[in-house]
Design a protein around this ligand. Structure first.
Ligand SMILES: NC(=O)c1ccc[n+]([C@@H]2O[C@H](COP(=O)([O-])OP(=O)(O)OC[C@H]3O[C@@H](n4cnc5c(N)ncnc54)[C@H](OP(=O)(O)O)[C@@H]3O)[C@@H](O)[C@H]2O)c1
Length: 254
């Protein structure tokens, strides 16, 4: 398996949802390691501002990953421009809060399209190239929400559970082809995510920069599941029913 020094010499890193928040911080860590970057998100201006803050070569490909076929089109456009990708970070994601029956079908559809369908499509396209070549590293950004059901944020937690399980299965398959696959599962982060999801940011939210620093370090060492933050790792040891009840208490609309 090639290390990150070898990977950066062979191709660029694509980070989805890199215009802000955790994706931007993941891109920053990879650019510090010397990777050329390809970044994507919906907002072209925000991507331009993010690119200006990153080191090295940064190519910007705006895309709305909730649109049918957008992930495939994005991957095709990057390849058509002659860019080889040695690293993919599937980070773009969104959530929703409220009782499952209250969340609009449209919002649930977007959650499934971006968090699941687009991440799966990009994973498949990337793994198909990387496994044939015999090198590459894939990181799917899941959540500690992948480890138990999430009352009052049901579709979001379920989407992350799907992605986490899918990612670890891909890891098993890709290992013999020289390709590393990692699931990064952050706890609450200090980003705009909660506002977009119509929820309140927990007071204990971790700095996205610190979480990304840890995540990229463990990703570069080929870890399977990466949980930034000591207390988030400790909480994994609790039984799922206890965590589900705690999530319900935290997320129940007041
Ligand atoms: N924040 C947390 O507490 C937390 C905890 C665990 C896991 N995570 C996961 O970490 C990842 C990043 O979250 P964050 O906290 O950084 O959220 P954020 O600040 O809301 O950033 C989300 C990113 O995804 C992009 N995005 C959203 N919808 C998109 C779409 N339809 N097509 C393409 N790009 C889209 C956004 O750019 P545009 O708006 O310009 O499209 C933005 O760059 C997500 O997968 C999230 O589930 C977050």
């Amino acid at each position: 398996m090639l290390n990150f020094n070898e990977l950066k010499a062979r191709g660029a890193a694509l980070v989805t949802g890199a215009s802000r928040g955790f994706g931007f911080e993941m891109a920053k860590q990879l650019s510090r390691l010397g990777f050329d970057l390809v970044i994507t998100g919906r907002d072209r201006a925000a991507l331009g501002e993010a690119a200006a803050k990153l080191d090295g070569d940064v190519a910007v490909y705006p895309a709305d990953l909730s649109e049918p076929g957008a992930a495939k089109k994005l991957y095709g456009a990057i390849k058509a421009d002659g860019i080889t990708l040695s690293v993919l970070v599937n980070n773009a994601g969104l959530g929703a809060s409220g009782e499952a029956w209250e969340v609009s079908e449209e919002r649930d559809g977007k959650i499934i399209s971006v968090n699941v369908s687009a991440a799966v499509t990009l994973s498949k396209l990337f793994l198909s190239d990387a496994c044939r070549r015999g090198y590459g590293a894939l990181c799917n950004v899941c959540s500690v929400g992948a480890f138990q059901p999430g009352p009052y944020t049901a579709s979001y937690y379920a989407s992350k559970s799907f992605l986490h399980s899918y990612t670890l299965a891909c890891r098993y398959e890709a290992k013999s082809r020289g390709v590393a696959v990692t699931s990064v599962c952050p706890g609450p982060l200090d980003t705009g995510f909660f506002r977009s999801a119509g929820a309140v940011k927990p007071r204990a939210a971790m700095s996205a920069e610190k979480a990304a620093e840890y995540a990229v370090r463990r990703f570069s060492h080929g870890a399977a599941t990466v949980v930034p933050g000591f207390w988030n790792r400790a909480a994994r040891l609790l039984p799922a029913c206890v965590k589900t009840a705690a999530v319900a208490r935290m997320k129940k609309p007041r």
